[in-house]
Design a protein around this ligand. Structure first.
Ligand code: T4K
Length: 392
């Protein structure tokens, strides 16, 4: 096989979709004219109501970022003690627990979805457990029914980290209606973003007032401060951007879906490269495209593939490696012992997220796959990897 050349420009793991520049300028004009920049102004109210409609949820509360939203979710439910969560997630998930004086208890994941394994949750429940914090990893929904059954049996709350899950549906039900609350991240790296930002969705109307107070220093009015709140507000620019992003999100998901189909087709016959397909009944958002690399079958390890692709100017990411349970601040917890988390340990050591975003060209995906295929081929013939790498 002819060895592909390096990309001239770096190809990143993701790039943010952006609304039409002139539409953004018009929004900026509106904000400038109003001189209202933050503190739950017109743009905030507009975005919140449009988002509620798009996500088809009874309640939405906006925040300055997803981490703050998750912090506030824990506060709103008055959690204490221990919270069962996954080690296969971004650092924010357990860190939020730590900042709420809660102890993360790490539970292993399912090999198929990379999500919290319901069969492993029950044995971790203790008298101190007050909640379960599962993550819908890479936009693939958790086993919601099984998790809710356990939560109901033990009287604990469920907060979903739905940071990756914007627009996902299960059998026509929006992902944001499950559990007590769900958190969405609108960080620049997410399929739907407001530069930075986040939201909570929930069914219980009484939570809304608590959240509104908590994110605005606890102010009920100018002279009445009812809770020790914090500053978690989304500003007017973020909100205006959110409104514009709603116009392009479906198109972005559609573009990513087409690219994912090419990846799947091109990689399906490469031994040692595995990936997840669609789940029947789920409307996926195609947030990212993650593969696992079986070094024995493929020929080179995940780490070697990561380094090799970098030489071609392709910047993949090892989401999520290392596991959160291996962070210095958590690794001494009993639940962090690698023997308790065999699936998460294995997945974390073999996972690699390949570039995916709407503005990536189909030809780019083919080229990335050509490069990966070269290495499967080269390993079979025992060629020298570094000599192939530089042969452009
Ligand atoms: N829960 C979960 C499960 C999460 O994944 C996250 C965030 C959270 C909670 C917390 O939500 P937020 O508080 O962030 O709203 C990124 C993001 O910073 C983080 O938001 C995200 N998860 C995580 C998965 O990824 P990094 O350190 O990998 O990002 P960075 O800066 O290396 O960016 C990755 C690539 O994206 C770059 O190589 C190029 C591209 N990029 C990035 C930025 C920031 C752009 O093209 N433009 C940009 O502006 O953490």
């Amino acid at each position: 096989m002819k060895t592909p050349k390096s990309f001239e420009q770096p190809v990143y793991v993701t790039r943010p979709p952006l609304p039409d520049r002139n539409a953004v300028y018009r929004k900026i004009d509106e904000i400038w004219d109003s001189q209202w920049l933050t503190n739950i102004g017109y743009q905030h109210k507009l975005f919140e109501s449009k988002l509620q409609e798009y996500l088809a949820v009874p309640n939405v509360s906006l925040f300055c970022n997803g981490t703050m939203a998750l912090q506030m979710a824990c506060q709103a439910l008055r959690l204490s003690g221990e919270v069962i969560t996954t080690p296969f997630t971004f650092a924010a998930t357990p860190h939020v627990l730590y900042w709420n004086n809660l102890k993360p208890v790490f539970c292993d994941i399912e090999p198929e979805t990379f999500n919290l394994d319901p069969q492993r949750i029950e044995s971790l429940i203790s008298p101190q457990t007050t909640a379960i914090l599962p993550v819908h990893v890479f936009g693939y929904p958790c086993n919601i029914e099984a998790i809710q059954e356990i939560a109901d049996k033990y009287g604990v709350r469920v907060i979903y980290d739905a940071a990756h899950c914007f627009g996902v549906e299960i059998n026509g039900n929006p992902i944001g209606i499950f559990g007590d609350l769900s958190m969405f991240s609108f960080h620049a790296t997410k399929i739907f973003h407001t530069f930075e930002g986040g939201a909570l969705t929930f069914k219980d109307n009484s939570i809304k007032e608590r959240l509104e107070l908590s994110k605005n220093f606890g102010f009920r009015n100018e002279e009445t401060i009812v809770v020790p709140g914090i500053n978690g507000k989304m500003n007017e620019f973020q909100a205006a951007l959110g409104t514009l992003m709603l116009d392009i999100i479906e198109d972005e998901m559609h573009k990513r879906k087409k690219l994912v189909m090419i990846y799947r087709e091109r990689l399906k016959n490469i031994a040692g490269i595995n990936f997840r397909g669609d789940i029947p009944g789920v409307k996926h958002n195609y947030y990212n495209f993650a593969i696992t690399v079986d070094a024995t079958e493929f020929g080179i390890s995940r780490d070697e593939l990561y380094k090799t692709l970098k030489k071609y100017n392709i910047f993949t990411r090892k989401y999520f490696y290392p596991l959160c349970s291996q962070f210095q601040c958590y690794r001494n917890y009993p639940s962090s012992a690698p023997e308790n988390l065999p699936v998460a340990e294995r997945v974390s050591k073999s996972i690699l997220t390949l570039p995916l975003y709407g503005s990536l060209r189909e030809a780019d995906i083919h080229k990335i796959c050509d490069i990966i295929a070269t290495y499967a081929y080269s390993s079979a013939y025992n060629l020298n990897v570094s000599s192939i790498c530089y042969s452009n």
